[in-house]
Design a protein around this ligand. Sequence first.
Ligand code: B16
Ligand code: MG
Length: 218
Amino acid sequence: PLRAVIFDLDGVIADTAVVHRSAWEKLAQEIDAPFDEVLAERMKGVDRRGSLEILLERAPRAYTEAEKDELGERKNRYYREQIGSFGPGNLLPGARHAVEATRNAGLRVGLASASRNAPLLLERLGIADLFDYIVDASTIERSKPDPEIFLAAAAGLGVAPAACLGVEDAAAGIASIRAAGMVAVGVGHREALGEADVVLPGLTAFRIGEFVEDQDRA
Ligand code: B16
Ligand code: MG
């Protein structure tokens, strides 16, 4: 039976996918790298350096490691400027309720965010205390779509991966959840979340009871 739900942060709980995107887009303009919808979708859920490598695939010149460090830091400054004014109003609709309903159903709640800004963001949103375990992104070696981050969340919760359900807004995240052997719930559009077991338009449509019952019947 289902024992834990592991949520992604950016684009699932916090309205920050657009903030990451606009910070990358600003950087892209500064270095004359093309930026489009397809690129933005591929970067979603991927860690900072991984996202930068995707952006640089079509940059007009090559960059040294030191230059890449600076570019990543610059993007992060643009991102931090925007979330500096964030508060509980920047939670996505249904997010707090979905997490609370999961807890109330007696399940453990984890967070698997690739973002090193996750602890700061959770504090600003006022929901840090709702999670039983939060993966420290700086300890993860392999970016989503690798399963490492979801497996680390399950281990931290003390729950077998097969008894976990993962919730994600990005294709890389859905692939990570599936590779971890968990049920994958996608939030957003089916086209961008092809491998998801279930796709919901947003967390307002998340009903923990449906998943608990499904699992118990199986
Ligand atoms: P940072 P998630 C991911 O968070 C974002 O989706 C992705 O756009 C970002 O590049 C990544 O975190 C790293 O974020 O630069 O703040 O460390 O979706 O896994 O919650
Ligand atoms: Mg995300």
